[in-house]
Design a protein. Structure first.
Length: 104
């Protein structure tokens, strides 16, 4: 049991340190926490782009950078499962300028 607890602690600490985190502001001045799990932002810096595209899912308090560009929008969806339950959600897509981006 002790070994299992130590292993779980190690895995938790290891996975918490693997994502780089960034803070930015969107066009309305709201703070956006970005967790970069696919190293999109270092690639964008190397390419010299002026902005990146991020998505925030409704149940998370942070955003993920995407490798394509789109427009600032919030998409809503709703679905009915086979047992009759209705589920719904939203995705917020935002354009973040690289000049507003700071590594945490």
């Amino acid at each position: 049991m002790k070994k299992l607890l130590i292993m779980a602690l190690f895995v938790g600490l290891f996975t918490s340190c693997t994502y780089k985190e960034y803070i930015a502001k969107d066009k309305y001045g709201n703070p956006v926490l970005i967790k970069d799990r696919d190293n999109v932002i270092p690639d964008a810096i190397k390419l010299g782009v002026d902005s990146i595209y991020v998505v925030q899912y409704i149940r998370e308090n942070f955003s993920y950078p995407l490798r394509w560009m789109g427009k600032d929008e919030t998409t809503y969806w709703k679905d009915t499962l086979s047992d009759g339950r209705v589920i719904a959600g939203a995705h917020k897509y935002r354009i973040i300028h690289m000049s507003n981006l700071v590594e945490r």
